[in-house]
Design a protein around this ligand. Structure first.
Ligand code: SF4
Ligand code: SF4
Length: 376
């Protein structure tokens, strides 16, 4: 089982598609209650809840806001687990700007570091604020120099007018000598999360994005021919299912293999449902992790979609609370249909490379529900 532990809802940045857009957002139909700035439950209460979970291994993803604003909590939880050892894998989803503040003995324990970065210097700083890219790349290099050897996943937020192919290549093979070369990337389209459809021209941009997906699929295959399976998560996840028949309910695992513990001790299906009382599934002080209610499931248009089995419904939260009109959602789904079609197109060649032993099945494996939600 994987738990997102939200150390704080606060953040030290104000990115365009997150805090920036929230100022323009009309009042939601959902009722949000304020969530405390830091955990108000005790370490013993959290550990006792985690210990009861029989679905091993247990993984914890530190999440926010920006989780590293509560470094002391992160250290205390990791230290408290030295004795009981319930948690096998530690992961963190961070904006990366404060990573240098966490001592290396903790950083080096992470199974995965997921860091928000949207491409090169210009793109990232435009979206996330001046100097962000410089800080993040230097902190990642520091982590590597301090001995961190495991996976670092770049998490891109993608929104028009982004030149997607150029941006992702700036992460994989940076032209900027100061850049950090990622071998793992996940990207997420900023779509159907805010009431912004009418202000955008998503359809026109999605045509360019789809072309870039085709180009990227060709590049991915070309690298495989050299024996290198880049961990581009949307590709990796779909290809894994096509090749090996791995099944998912929700690709992100929300409410099935992945739950969120809020700073008030309440449990929800996904981090974005923070503070939505009607979605709470229990409280760590009283709930049995083995009997959390299966309360929320994906509805139409997903359940009758031809790509449902591979897509899983993209995002449980936005499926239940769509804020884009049907037309916009259909355009968004068009990008998913295209991505799946491209994976099916290159599948026979990938299969041949596997049969020849040029690449291996283990190259397509990853920790399920590791915070890379697969469907962009
Ligand atoms: S492609 Fe769209 S409609 Fe189909 S399952 Fe995915 S999100 Fe749902
Ligand atoms: S994809 Fe949607 S439902 Fe899944 S974790 Fe992300 S916001 Fe939550």
């Amino acid at each position: 089982m994987i738990y997102h532990v939200i150390t704080t809802p606060e953040c030290n940045l104000c990115c365009e598609y997150c805090c920036g857009k929230s100022f323009d957002e009309p009042e939601s139909k959902l009722k949000f209650e304020p969530v405390p700035e830091k955990p108000i439950y005790s370490m013993a209460q959290l550990n006792s809840f985690l210990k009861k979970d029989k679905d091993k291994p247990i993984s914890v993803i530190f999440y926010g806001g920006e989780p590293l604003l509560e470094i002391d909590f992160i250290k205390r939880l990791m230290d408290s687990q030295k004795k009981c050892k319930t948690v096998k894998n530690w992961l963190i989803q961070t904006n990366g700007t404060l990573l240098n503040k966490l001592p290396k003995q903790y950083v080096n324990k992470f199974h995965t570091i997921l860091v928000s970065i949207d491409g090169g210097k210009e793109r990232t700083n435009k979206n996330r604020g001046a100097g962000t890219w410089e800080k993040v790349t230097s902190n990642l290099k520091l982590a590597r120099n301090n001995g961190y050897k495991k996976e670092i996943i770049a998490r891109m937020a993608v929104e028009e007018p982004t030149d997607f192919f150029e941006d992702i290549m700036e992460l994989i093979e940076p032209k900027n000598p100061e850049g950090f070369a990622f071998s793992s990337v996940h990207w997420q389209l900023d779509a159907n999360m805010w009431h912004d459809y009418e202000k955008r021209n998503f359809l026109e941009w999605s045509k360019l994005y789809n072309k870039d997906i085709t180009r990227l699929a060709d590049y991915w295959l070309m690298e495989m021919k050299k024996g290198n399976v880049l961990r581009l998560y949307p590709f990796l996840g779909i290809m894994n299912s096509l090749l090996f028949g791995t099944q998912y309910f929700m690709r992100c695992g929300s409410g099935v293999g992945n739950f969120t513990i809020l700073p008030n001790g309440k449990i929800s299906s996904c981090p974005i449902m923070s503070g939505v009382k009607e979605y709470y599934l229990g409280d760590i002080k009283t709930a049995d992790p083995n009997k959390l209610p299966f309360k929320l499931t994906v509805k139409e248009p997903c359940t009758s979609c031809d790509d449902y089995e591979l897509c899983g419904g993209r995002c449980l939260y936005s499926n239940l609370n769509p804020v884009w009109p049907k037309k916009g959602i259909a355009e968004l789904c068009g990008t998913i249909n295209h991505l799946i079609k491209e994976m099916k197109r290159i599948e026979p060649e990938v299969l041949k490379l596997l049969e020849k032993g040029k690449i291996k099945r283990k190259d397509f494996e990853f920790l399920k529900y590791n915070c890379a939600e697969i469907i962009p």
